[in-house]
Design a protein around this ligand. Structure first.
Ligand code: DX5
Ligand code: ZN
Length: 231
C-alpha cells in the first residue's frame, strides 16, 4: 500500500504526538487541525480492547477517517491482548506506525514482522513494571520503542517517578544497538515532565491531557515541544 506520510528517521529533534484519546471527540477534526497548526509532529491514536487495559477506545474506522483528512503521520498504539488479529485492519486503515505491547499474549517478533511486511513502521511498548532488557533481541525489527510512564488505560494520569530510570535503560539499549530507533514516552507528559523525559533520553513525547484540557492548547503543545532537558 502506498503511504502518503511516514514517521521520519530520528533527526535529533523532539517529536510531539498529541493523543486524540484526550480530545473532545465531537470536535475531533478541529482538534487535529489545531495541533497541526501548533506544530504537532504525529497524531497518537490509542487503541484499547477492554481486556489488555480496563478501557475501550477506538477501532480502524477512526484511523481511516483521520487518514482521509490529515497528512500528519498516524502513530497507533495497540493496547490489546491479541495484536496479531488487528495489525492488518489498522495497516489497511492507514496507520503509519503500529506499536504492540511486549506484555500482550502474542509473539512480539511475529507481530513486528507482520507489521513490517505490510509496509508499516513498527514499535514495541513496555509497561512501567517491565524490564527494558526484553527489547534487546528485537532492535533489528524496531522503528520505535514506547515507554509507558503511566499504567496504560486512561489519559490524565501523573507521570510515574520511576520512569526516568526505565527511559535511561532503554536509551542505552538503543544506543548500543547502533540503530536509529525513536524513544517515545507516553503518559503524564506536560511542559515539566517533558524536560525530565528528554533528559533521560526520550526524543518523542505523547501528550493528551496537558494539551486538550488546557485553556490554551496551542501554547501547551508549543511549551512541550520547546522543553529543554532538565539538568
Ligand atoms: C494511556 C495512553 C496515553 C494517554 C496519554 O493509556 O496510552 O497515550 O492518552 O494521555 P496523558 O498525556 O493525559 O497521560
Ligand atoms: Zn498511548
Amino acid at each position: 500500500m502506498k503511504k502518503t506520510s511516514q514517521i521520519p528517521p530520528v533527526n535529533g529533534k523532539i517529536a510531539v504526538a498529541p493523543s486524540v484519546l484526550c480530545a473532545d471527540l465531537y470536535q475531533l477534526g478541529q482538534a487535529v487541525e489545531m495541533v497541526k497548526k501548533a506544530g504537532a509532529d504525529w497524531i497518537h491514536v490509542d487503541i484499547m480492547d477492554g481486556h489488555f487495559v480496563p478501557n475501550l477506545s477506538f477501532g480502524p474506522a477512526l484511523v481511516s477517517s483521520l487518514k482521509k483528512h490529515t497528512d500528519l503521520p498516524l502513530d497507533v498504539h495497540l493496547m490489546v491482548t491479541n495484536p496479531l488479529r488487528f495489525i492488518e485492519p489498522f495497516a489497511k486503515a492507514g496507520a503509519d506506525l503500529l506499536t504492540v505491547h511486549i506484555e500482550s499474549e502474542d509473539d512480539t517478533a511475529k507481530a513486528l514482522n507482520a507489521i513490517r511486511d505490510l509496509g508499516v513502521q513498527a514499535g514495541v511498548s513496555i509497561k512501567p513494571d517491565t524490564h527494558p532488557d526484553v527489547i534487546k533481541p528485537l532492535t533489528d525489527l524496531l522503528d520505535l520503542v514506547l515507554v509507558m510512564s503511566v499504567y496504560p488505560g486512561f489519559g490524565g494520569q501523573a507521570f510515574l517517578e520511576n520512569s526516568p530510570a526505565q527511559i535511561k535503560q532503554v536509551r542505552q539499549i538503543i544506543n548500543a544497538s547502533g540503530k536509529k530507533i525513536w524513544l517515545e514516552v507516553d503518559g503524564g507528559i506536560n511542559a515539566q515532565t517533558a524536560k525530565i523525559a528528554i533528559a533521560a533520553g526520550a526524543d518523542a513525547l505523547v501528550a493528551g491531557n496537558a494539551i486538550f484540557s488546557s485553556a490554551d492548547p496551542e501554547l501547551a503543545l508549543k511549551q512541550i515541544k520547546q522543553a529543554s532537558p532538565a539538568i
